[in-house]
Design a protein around this ligand. Sequence first.
Ligand SMILES: [Mg+2]
Length: 382
Amino acid sequence: MTTHALASSPAEQARIPELDRIELITVSLPFVQPFATSVHSWAVKEALLLRLESGGVVGWGECVADPDPYYSYETTQTARHIFKDFLLPQVETGLTFAELGQRLKPVRGHGMAKAMLENALLDLVARQRGVPLHELLGWPSRRIPSGISIGIKDTIPELVSAVEDALRRPYHRVKVKIMRGKDVAWVRAVRQAFPQIALMADANGDYRPEDAPLLRELDAFGLTMIEQPLSFSDIIQHAALQRELATPLCLDESIHDLDDARAALSLDACRIINIKQGRVGGLLESLRIAAHCHERGIGVWSGGMDETGIGRAFNLHLQAAAGFTLPGDTSETSRYFAEDIVEPGVVLSPDGFIEMPTGPGIGVQVLEDRIARFELQRERLR
Ligand SMILES: [Mg+2]
């Protein structure tokens, strides 16, 4: 397949249909257990959803921003503001997705708000055409190898037992969150208990360049990667750190778009990129980043933002694309929610894969009665 075919999705030329009804809905879903990173712990999932209706067909988008700015500067409230005041006014019937992308370019950043809009429009168009989203994006269905992400625990035995629990399911790799003070000894304990598993660590930006000697100790544990050890805004210092480490670095928070990915690869600041479509402005920019990495032999994978079943389905369809060579973070729904807002939920096959949804659009049924039950706010814009 040529570079050009890889970089350009047929969805770029699809046209935006007339929108009869536009609603923003905020939902709050309790997590089965709180999820903690080096920065913050979340007990509920608050998500901003976009519901679009056109000719009786409904498309859905999910914004991956949290209500707080502890993963990204974007929040559910900034996304609402940017969407209503700057993005929606640029949407016009008959525009192609490529043209819409150009119109949204002057809005700097706010990739999460942009992704919500693009997601909902792509789902709507795919549903109107009666095709699965991955087909509109230009990729055949495939089975997705699943990994699991385990949050910060209070004690080392709790972490080891959480990994043991996770491994009762056939996940293809285990990621543990680390932070300063909960790192080398914690990873060593997991590695000693499970010598064979594919293991990686995610620091969510908790370390400083002067922590390089400590991070170098992690080289002893054969990790597949260390994710985002340094600041969420840094690329340069990661390049210096990568030169000192044998373990590949993976950038997550630092990559906001294709330009960031280009900069990171040209500086050798990482050997792997975690593409969160909801963070980099949507599926089409994700495909551009994946193609750029693929051409350079750099592996990418699809991270998660603890999405509801709507966002989770978008992440699955994205992983049909070439370049997603590493297991992603899309794990089973039951780990996150007792009740989700879509059916069916994500389940693992006995060999640790997730089947791509087969129906039109994102391919899952959105349960509007459940959404009404979990709803905090609903705003009709058209
Ligand atoms: Mg991460």
